[in-house]
Design a protein around this ligand. Structure first.
Ligand code: C5P
Length: 239
């Protein structure tokens, strides 16, 4: 991980376009990126990303793509035109799908002269329990083993990193080495409300465990002064 670099990705879970635009301007400078998920993307369309990028914000586009390789390749090529810094896809789409996503970026870079996003793989959603993994999906590994094995697959396929829960940061770092990005949600500064997150970790701990970027939403967005809150978190983790 690089020192002296912003590490917080602010999850922009807002349903109002003007509020989003205000946050692009206010938080853009002190955040590693602002995360736009399916909810906002589907409601406001790709223009919301272009608008944020035009205002100077870096965007993590959390679309969690998962389809046949050809479809993902074309979708990723199109997404590459929007200017996001980071894009998520599902690792469970398999090696061929992940490699196709990488080709989609190369295709857009070659044909349109754009700079495509870094690709992050989602491993096992934290909403899936070990029991559901076994009984519904037929996976007999533990969640941790499955996460690490999908992270290794993502690395082999040429992805830039993965999104993982704070619990798995250390084992992914050990297995995948230092040059692989680990992005983690479920972060709560000491003293913050836990909200609906079950297992939380402080920003300091997540960084000590080896995370590169921390996805943080409500503790920043619901603070009296979101910009100050973000700066305060930055101060605790950027050395
Ligand atoms: O408000 P909060 O800090 O909990 O927001 C965290 C963000 O990270 C939300 O956008 C949430 O959907 C996302 N996320 C998560 N846990 C996961 C995966 C994504 O909280 N396992």
């Amino acid at each position: 991980m690089k020192q002296n670099e912003n590490k917080v990705v602010v999850a922009l879970d807002v349903s109002n376009k003007n509020k989003a635009a205000q946050l692009f301007d206010e938080l853009g400078e002190d955040a590693a990126a602002l995360k736009i998920g399916l909810e906002m993307f589907i409601r406001f369309g790709p223009e919301i990303v272009q608008n944020a990028v035009a205002r100077g914000a870096k965007i993590m586009l959390d679309l969690k793509l998962h389809d046949i390789p050809n479809t993902v390749q074309k979708a990723v090529a199109n997404v590459s035109l929007l200017g996001a810094e980071l894009l998520t896809i599902h690792t469970t789409g398999g090696m061929k799908m992940m490699k196709a996503a990488r080709r989609g970026i190369e295709e857009a870079e070659k044909n349109y002269g754009v700079k495509g996003p870094k690709l992050l793989g989602v491993t096992v959603l934290t909403s899936i329990s070990e029991e559901a993994m076994k009984n519904e999906l037929g996976v007999i590994k533990s969640v941790e083993e499955q996460v690490v094995s999908l992270a290794l697959l993502a690395k082999e396929a040429g992805l830039d990193g993965v999104v993982a829960s704070p619990k798995e940061i250390k084992s992914i770092r050990n297995a995948c080495g230092d040059d692989f990005l680990i992005v983690t949600p479920g972060i709560r500064p000491a003293g913050s409300s836990v909200d609906d997150q079950k297992r939380v970790c402080t920003p300091e701990q997540a960084v000590a465990d080896g995370a590169d970027y921390l996805v943080i939403g409500r503790p920043i967005l619901q603070a009296d002064n979101p910009v100050e809150k973000l700066k305060e978190i930055n101060k605790s983790i950027i050395h």
